[in-house]
Design a protein around this ligand. Structure first.
Ligand SMILES: Nc1ncnc2c1ncn2[C@@H]1O[C@H](COP(=O)(O)OP(=O)(O)OP(=O)(O)O)[C@@H](O)[C@H]1O
Length: 126
């Protein structure tokens, strides 16, 4: 039983080490984390609903997950193919494409949620 908990503890430790390594090595991951912080501040400031919070958190999780996978794929590609190879390039382009899809999705959802709040807020001052 003790071994079971030690193994689970180590799994979490390795996972956090992976996230921490992605944050330290990838400027894009830091940029996306900053965006998440700004979205959370805007969410509290504008008083979004519970459903809207779920959508925003879901999108933020999707983008960060895509970024961490992208970092993992880039790292593995660099290990397997340090030299220029069209398949290595294609692999990295595909991973970057996944991040772009997740980011555009999050941006569209954010716009759909925040724009009506911002219009209502602006209307108070005009
Ligand atoms: N070994 C390679 N062989 C062929 N093309 C490559 C190779 N490495 C990178 N590329 C091409 O250059 C692009 C940029 O690669 P790079 O490794 O700099 O990733 P990146 O998107 O700049 O990553 P990041 O800025 O997140 O570190 C890739 O998307 C790919 O098209």
């Amino acid at each position: 039983m003790r071994t079971y908990f030690i193994k689970r503890y180590n799994s979490f430790k390795f996972a956090f080490r992976g996230i921490s390594s992605a944050v330290r090595s990838e400027p894009h991951v830091r940029l996306h984390l900053l965006s998440v912080v700004l979205v959370v501040i805007a969410g509290f400031a504008l008083g979004v609903t519970k459903t809207e919070w779920c959508l925003l958190i879901g999108c933020a999780g999707l983008v960060i997950t895509a970024e961490v996978f992208n970092t993992a794929i880039e790292t593995l590609t660099n290990l397997v193919s340090p030299d220029w190879h069209h398949l290595a390039g294609k692999t990295k382009d595909l991973a970057a494409g996944a991040v772009l899809v997740a980011s555009v999705t999050a941006a569209v959802v954010g716009a759909i949620i925040f724009i009506p709040y911002l219009i209502a807020l602006a209307a108070l001052y005009v």
